[in-house]
Write a protein that binds this ligand. Structure first.
Ligand code: ATP
Length: 322
C-alpha cells in the first residue's frame, strides 16, 4: 500500500478530471491511500490536502475544468516555497505525487524531485507543446471546440461575404491552429513554426479577392501574433477588409472529447502502475498509440516540432494552390 498525492496545475484542461478518476480508481485497485491536493503547488504549500475516495471521483469524467482546482504559484518556485511543499509531502507521508499539467508544472515537479520527492507527470495542457508525447490531455477537445466555433463563424461570414481571421491558443505551439485549419477547415494557417510570412498571407487574400472568392478564413496561433494586428496589417497593405475574432477561454471549456477521456484514463492508470514498479520521476505519454514513459528531465527537454507532413497537406488541400 502506498500514499499517493495528486494535483492539477497551470491552465485547466478538459480531461483533467478523467485523469484524476483514473489515478484514484487505479490506486484503489492497489489498496493505496489517495490524497487530493487542491489548487496546485500553491495548495500543496498551504496543506490543502483531502482524501479522495471511490465515490468522490464518481461522475466527474464528463466534467470540464478540474475538481482539484488549479493555480499558478510564483512563491512555490522560491526555496522557502518549495521547502514548505516538501514539508507537506513529508507530513502526509506521500510516497509519490502525481502532477497533471503543462511544461511549467513539469518544471515544478522537477524542483520537488530535486528535494527528494518522487513525482509522476501527466501531460495536461490544451497546447500539445510537450515534445515527448504525440498528444496531451485536452488538446483534442480544444481542437473540437475551435472547429465548432469556426462552423458558427463561417455561417455569418458566408452570409455577409466576409473575410475573417481567428486567433487560437497554443502558446508557442501551432498545433491547435494547424489542426483547426485542417478540420475547420480554414484557407490559411499562421503558426509560430510555419514559414508563411504575413505579407505572403496578405498577398494570398488579395489574389483570392481578385479571383472572386467572397469568403476566406485565416487561423492564427497566438504564438504567431494577434488576430487584430494581422487584420490591421492586411487592411494597411491590401484593399481586403478582414474581421478579427479571438476565441479565448471557450477553447478549453466544456466536456472532454472521447479521445481525451480515453487518453486520460490510459495515462492516469499507467502513472500509478509506475509507482508500484518502484519507478521514480517519470513522465507518461503516448507515442504511436502506445503508452510510454520517459525520465522527467527528458520530457522537459524534448522540443515539440510541427508535423511538417500535416502542414504540407494543409497547403495541398488549400484552394489557393490549385
Ligand atoms: P499550461 O501549459 O496550461 O499553461 P503549465 O503547467 O505550463 O500549464 P505554468 O503556469 O507555466 O503552467 O506552470 C504552473 C506552475 O508550475 C507555476 O505557477 C509554478 O508554480 C510552477 N512552475 C512553472 N515553472 C517553474 C519552474 N521553472 N520551476 C519551478 N516551478 C515552476
Amino acid at each position: 500500500m502506498k500514499k499517493i498525492g495528486i494535483l492539477t496545475s497551470g491552465g485547466d484542461t478538459p480531461g483533467m478530471n478523467a485523469a484524476v478518476r483514473a489515478v484514484v480508481r487505479m490506486g484503489l485497485n492497489y489498496n493505496d491511500a489517495m490524497l487530493g491536493i487542491y489548487h496546485g503547488y500553491q495548495g500543496l504549500m498551504e496543506g490543502h490536502v483531502q482524501p479522495l475516495t471511490n465515490d468522490g471521483v464518481h461522475g466527474i469524467t464528463q466534467r470540464g475544468g478540474t475538481i482539484l482546482r488549479t493555480a499558478r504559484s510564483e512563491i512555490f518556485r522560491t526555496p522557502a516555497g518549495c521547502a514548505k511543499a516538501m514539508d507537506i509531502i513529508h507530513a502526509y507521508e506521500m510516497d509519490a505525487v502525481i502532477v497533471i499539467g503543462g511544461d511549467g508544472s513539469y518544471r515544478g515537479a522537477k524542483l520537488l524531485s530535486e528535494h527528494g520527492a518522487n513525482v509522476m507527470c501527466l501531460p495536461g495542457t490544451i497546447d500539445n507543446d510537450l515534445g515527448y508525447t504525440d498528444f496531451t490531455i485536452g488538446f483534442d477537445t480544444a481542437v473540437n471546440n475551435v472547429m465548432g466555433e469556426m462552423d458558427k463563424i463561417l455561417d455569418t461570414m458566408r452570409s455577409h461575404d466576409r473575410v475573417g481571421v481567428i486567433e487560437v491558443m497554443g502558446r508557442n505551439c501551432g498545433d491547435i491552429a494547424l489542426w483547426s485549419a485542417m478540420t475547420g477547415p480554414a484557407d490559411i494557417v499562421l503558426t509560430p513554426e510555419s514559414p508563411l510570412e504575413w505579407s505572403e498571407a496578405a498577398r494570398m487574400l488579395m489574389q483570392s479577392k481578385l479571383k472572386g472568392h467572397k469568403t476566406c478564413l485565416v487561423v492564427i496561433a497566438e504564438g504567431a501574433g494577434h488576430a487584430a494586428d494581422f487584420a490591421k496589417f492586411v487592411e494597411e497593405t491590401t484593399d481586403v477588409e478582414i474581421r478579427p475574432v479571438v476565441l479565448g477561454y471557450i477553447q478549453r471549456g466544456g466536456a472532454p472529447s472521447a479521445a481525451d477521456r480515453m487518453l486520460a484514463a490510459r495515462l492516469g492508470a499507467r502513472a500509478v502502475d509506475l509507482i508500484h514498479e518502484e519507478q521514480r520521476n517519470r513522465a507518461v505519454g503516448i507515442r504511436d498509440n502506445h503508452i510510454i514513459d520517459v525520465p522527467l528531465d527528458e520530457a522537459i527537454e524534448s522540443k515539440q516540432n510541427q508535423d511538417e507532413a500535416l502542414y504540407n497537406l494543409h497547403l495541398k488541400l488549400n484552394r489557393f494552390n490549385l
